[in-house]
Write a protein that binds this ligand. Structure first.
Ligand code: HEC
Length: 222
């Protein structure tokens, strides 16, 4: 795989970041009951097709084969991502390659970048969930298990366990989108932060639907 010139075949390219951004963009649109499914799936399929298209030279259609029997191009599977996945040096957000940031002059790690996207996404989705709608969470959150943190020691077994619990909360929300399952996601954020890095908790707590903690500081990570 290494040495590939194509972004979509390049293991260093992480389409899930694009997915998150797409999700945030979708989230800003009006969301209708259950319509988020269609919007996000359509977007994901579109993105997958676009990626596939970029990875291949355009081929003229073979006139002798009817279009209906031409197999759809295979969509490359997302690379594995667990707590054991070896992180790839040089990707955006890895040490020495921090992602430029308005807030932090040193830039962001890959993990911090994802965290900010997750915060922005859930902030954008909260009003829809409050209104009884069922917006989908964009793909990409599962990549927290294999993203470069600022401090490599943060990515330990306890972190991975908390990440798995968080992702289970996201899955539970998708199974039954509702205020309590949305709040379960927020709790998943808080449980990990109580363990790893407490600072952002003041920005995470206001995501919870139905309470306004006294120490909440919404917007400090915007
Ligand atoms: C499994 C652990 C874990 C979960 C789950 C988790 N976080 Fe984090 N979060 C971290 C760690 C570790 C950092 C520090 C990242 C770094 O500095 O590289 C962090 C950093 C952050 C930051 C600060 C980013 C910055 O610019 O420094 C914010 C904001 C944040 N998380 C929000 C959230 C939100 C919102 C959720 C849930 C949707 C969440 N986190 C879920 C572990 C977690």
């Amino acid at each position: 795989m290494s040495g590939s010139a194509s972004a979509s075949q390049d293991p260093h390219h992480d389409p899930s970041v694009d997915g998150l951004l797409g999700g945030v963009r979708d989230a800003a649109l009006p969301v209708h009951p259950r319509a988020g499914d269609t919007i996000n799936h359509a977007w994901l399929i579109g993105a997958a097709l676009a990626l596939t298209a970029c990875s291949q030279k355009p081929q003229p259609p073979a006139p002798s084969v009817p279009a209906a029997v031409v197999a759809a191009p295979a969509v490359p599977a997302a690379p594995a991502c667990t707590g054991d996945t070896e992180l790839v040096p040089g990707v955006p957000g890895s040490p020495g390659h921090y992602i430029p940031s308005d807030i932090n002059p040193n830039g962001h790690s890959e993990l911090a970048h994802r965290m900010r996207l997750m915060l922005a996404e859930l902030t954008a989705l909260k009003p829809a969930v409050e209104a009884g709608r069922a917006p989908r969470i964009a793909a990409g959150h599962e990549r927290i298990r294999c993203s470069w943190p600022t401090d490599a020691r943060d990515r330990d077994a306890a972190f991975d366990e908390l990440a798995v619990a968080y992702l289970a909360a996201v899955a539970a929300y998708h199974e039954a989108p509702a205020v309590d399952t949305f709040n379960g996601i927020v709790q998943g954020c808080l449980d990990c932060h109580a363990h790893t890095c407490g600072g952002p908790m003041v920005a995470i707590r206001p995501l919870r639907i139905g309470d306004a903690p006294a120490d909440a500081q919404p917007g400090i990570f915007d």
